[in-house]
Design a protein. Structure first.
Length: 288
C-alpha cells in the first residue's frame, strides 16, 4: 500500500497525519513544542523544536500504522505563517523564530508605512501592514541584531525550514510569501519597493515555487533522524490559511467558506486579488 505524509506546524505543535492515496486517514498524532515570551510583545519558537517534533511525529505514524518508510510516496506541509527565521549559508538558525503572534515590530511597520503610505502598500501587497507581518520583523531584526543580520543568508518560514532539514534545499511557495507583507500580488514576485523601504536585501529572500512543486528528496542524514526513507519526495506545501481553504473543499473561483474556531474568518477564491476600497480584507495566494 502507498501513503502520503502530511504535517501541520501549528502554534503549539505538529499535527501529523498519514493518508492513503484515496485520502483516507490511516493514522494521526500530535507532537507539542514550547512557545517562548522573552519580553513584552515578543513571541518566539526554537526551529529545532519544530524539527524534533517532525521526527517524533513521523516515527509515531509509521509505528502506529505499520507502514514501511518505502511506502511513503511523498511528505508535505501546512504551517503557521508570518514568521521571521534568519538562517546562515549552511541553513543553521541564527536565532529563535519570531512567530506570527510576535508584535515587537510596531515601530518598524510604522516607518515602512511612513515611507510608502498604507493604501499604496495594501494595493501592492494585498496586506494592511502591521507589526505581525514578517517584513516588519525582518526590519526589527536588522536594526536590533545587526551582526546577526550580516550573517543571514535567507529568511525562512516554518515549513521551509523543515523542507531544508529534509532536503538541504532552501525555498518557499507563493501562499506563504503572500502573507509576509512584501510580495507584489500582481507580479507574483518579491516587491523591491517594500524590501527597500524595510532595508532588507532581496538576496536574502527565498526563490518561490508552486505549493505543489517538489522541494527535493530526503537526504541520508535526515532519513536517519526522522525515520523516512532516503530519496522520499518532499513537496513544498503551503501556508495554513491557503491549506485551510483547500481542506474546506474550496477550489474554484467564486466558491467561499466560513471557518469557526479560536479565530474565525470568511474566505473566497477569485481569479485576481481583491482590493477592498476600505482595506478591510487581505489577500493570500492559493496553493496552485
Amino acid at each position: 500500500m502507498e501513503y502520503l505524509l502530511a504535517h501541520d506546524l501549528g502554534t503549539s505543535g505538529d499535527k501529523a497525519m498519514l493518508f492513503d492515496t484515496e485520502g483516507k486517514v490511516i493514522a494521526e498524532t500530535t507532537a507539542a513544542y514550547p512557545i517562548g515570551y522573552p519580553f513584552e510583545k515578543a513571541v518566539e519558537q526554537d526551529p529545532l523544536d519544530w524539527w524534533a517534533a517532525f521526527c517524533k511525529a513521523s516515527r509515531e505514524l509509521l509505528g502506529k500504522s505499520g507502514a514501511s518508510p518505502a511506502d511513503i510516496l511523498a511528505v508535505s506541509f501546512s504551517a503557521q505563517m508570518n514568521s521571521c527565521l534568519p538562517v546562515d549559508a549552511q541553513g543553521r538558525p541564527l536565532r529563535s523564530a519570531m512567530i506570527w503572534a510576535d508584535q515587537r515590530a510596531g515601530e518598524q511597520a510604522g516607518q515602512i508605512i511612513g515611507k510608502l503610505g498604507l493604501e499604496p502598500i495594501y494595493r501592492l501587497t494585498g496586506q494592511r501592514l502591521s507589526a505581525s507581518h514578517a517584513i516588519a520583523k525582518m526590519a526589527w531584526f536588522k536594526e536590533h541584531e545587526a551582526e546577526l543580520y550580516k550573517k543571514t543568508a535567507m529568511f525562512l518560514q516554518p515549513k521551509d525550514f523543515l523542507a531544508f532539514m529534509l532536503t538541504g534545499n532552501m525555498g518557499s511557495d507563493y501562499s506563504d510569501a503572500s502573507h509576509l507583507g512584501c510580495l507584489d500580488m500582481e507580479r507574483l514576485a518579491w516587491s523591491e519597493e517594500m524590501l527597500d523601504a524595510a532595508g532588507i536585501s532581496k538576496g536574502r529572500m527565498p526563490d518561490l515555487s508552486l505549493s505543489t512543486a517538489g522541494t527535493g528528496k530526503v537526504t541520508r542524514q535526515a532519513a536517519r533522524e526522522c525515520g523516512l526513507l532516503e530519496g522520499t519526495l518532499v513537496v513544498t506545501g503551503g501556508g495554513d490559511g491557503a491549506c485551510a481553504t483547500a481542506g474546506a473543499g474550496v477550489s474554484r473561483a467564486g466558491e467561499a467558506y466560513c471557518a469557526m474556531g479560536t479565530s474565525a474568518w470568511i474566505a473566497a477564491l477569485s481569479e485576481n486579488p481583491y482590493f477592498d476600497p476600505e482595506m478591510r480584507t487581505f489577500n493570500l495566494i492559493y496553493l496552485d
